[in-house]
Design a protein around this ligand. Sequence first.
Ligand SMILES: [Zn+2]
Length: 254
Amino acid sequence: MLAIEPVPCLSDNYAYLIHNSASGLCAVVDPSEPGPVKAALAKHGWRLTHILNTHHHLDHTGGNIPLKEEFGAEIVGPGKDRARIPGIDTGVDESTGWQFGGHRVPVLEIPAHTKAHIAFVFEDEHAVFTGDTLFSMGCGRLFEGTPDMMWTSLSKLMRLNEKTRVYCGHEYTLNNGRFAVTLEPRNKDLAARMKDVEALRAKGAPTIPSTIGLEKKTNPFLRPDSREIRETLGMVEADNVAVFGEMRRRKDVF
Ligand SMILES: [Zn+2]
């Protein structure tokens, strides 16, 4: 059994601590900065053994070097982007996967936000760390990829078990949801979720994790086949990639 704890960093980032009580191993996913991670470790009395990076952006890797120097932790990240991952020890991809103590951790290659972005899937815990590719009710910007590439990446995540918990890189849920409502104002699941999200944010609580099942019902970027979205966009006959691309373009200026 793994304990997963969100660690708010910078203004709206989340790092995550993953503690394996059987082995004593403890990993941090995407440490933006060392301070909040060290405070969370101290609070629980956990010792950091691994640093996992989903992609190279500084707000996901800024804690790599100071945490490695302090704890001697092993840095694991996208093998196809070694040159841009500070202090990387172990490169992983879909062919290698990863292991955390006795836990199998398949790796998904999900490029488009960056060209070598990966997700870590903790299979027996039904948890996935999606970085800046899949957000709660949103998806990452296409800095190094095309709509086609991002749609392929999101489709991989959509094939995970629906009860898989989604741990993403930022608290963008409320703004994402407000955009989603403009596309699908009659989606009842979306309206209900927005109530939950507004209540959580009003008390400053995280909206994370979501689940793959909930995302499929409420995240417009996973729903380019929705009749209502297509009617809103005037793209009833278009293919999924074109609808996805138009949603992403609109979100960029929302
Ligand atoms: Zn990023």
